[in-house]
Design a protein around this ligand. Structure first.
Ligand code: HEC
Ligand code: HEC
Length: 156
């Protein structure tokens, strides 16, 4: 290596130091989302940990009366398909005494004409279309939703 080549090399290494420091600080900031984005494609990075499903069995507030309540328990391996619906083995009208789960509400028995069927309507069979569990993680995007009560309370 010539002297000028060594100098050039040293300069490059020195120039990289701030980048490394900034990256390290950024990675250490707990407010930042863990992500593989912007990672070097040639490097095998550690993927961020999958967040845990919240399993506290505590009902969460509904943000408006028609909101499908979020699921306060884990639903791992709860099959819902043509032949079986694990959710209904606890939430069905006839099984709630045994399970102590809240019964699916009466809207789940209505067909599209507003008539009540004897059993849960096919429109409400695939529970996870509307009900979802929650994970213990930071929201991916910001949200400035305001509850209607706080909107009403605001001065004009
Ligand atoms: C083993 C019984 C059981 C199964 C299976 C089950 N749940 Fe639940 N679920 C409960 C119980 C009990 C509660 C009351 C809160 C608690 O203890 O977690 C509940 C609460 C809920 C709530 C909250 C209701 C509210 O008013 O906030 C929703 C929504 C719900 N479950 C949906 C589902 C869905 C969807 C499935 C299937 C993917 C399912 N559950 C499977 C027992 C069950
Ligand atoms: C098309 C959307 C949709 C589907 C599919 C659906 N739900 Fe719901 N669910 C709702 C909405 C909206 C509410 C709240 C208003 C209401 O009761 O209709 C609700 C309420 C509930 C509640 C709370 C009842 C109460 O009185 O507190 C439970 C429990 C529930 N659903 C369970 C289920 C289960 C189990 C399934 C699958 C068999 C299911 N839901 C399918 C939309 C849906």
């Amino acid at each position: 290596m010539t002297v000028s080549a060594i100098r050039r090399y040293t300069r490059r290494v020195l120039l990289l130091i701030p980048v490394v420091v900034v990256t390290a600080l950024w990675a250490a900031n707990p407010d930042e989302l863990a992500t593989l984005r912007k990672g070097d494609i040639a490097v095998d990075l550690d993927p961020p940990r999958m967040p845990e499903t919240e399993n506290k069995d505590i009902k969460r507030v509904r943000n408006y009366p028609m909101q499908p309540p979020t699921i306060p328990h884990k639903i791992d391996n709860y099959t819902v398909n043509l032949n079986a619906n694990k959710c209904l083995s606890c939430h069905n009208r006839t099984l709630t005494e045994q399970s102590q789960a809240p019964m699916v509400s009466v809207t789940h028995f209505m067909n599209r004409d507003g008539n009540f069927l004897a059993q849960v309507s096919p429109r409400r069979y695939f529970c996870n279309q509307c009900h979802v569990p929650q994970v213990d993680a930071q929201p991916l995007v910001g949200n400035d939703f305001e509850d209607v009560d706080s909107l009403i309370a605001k001065p004009d």
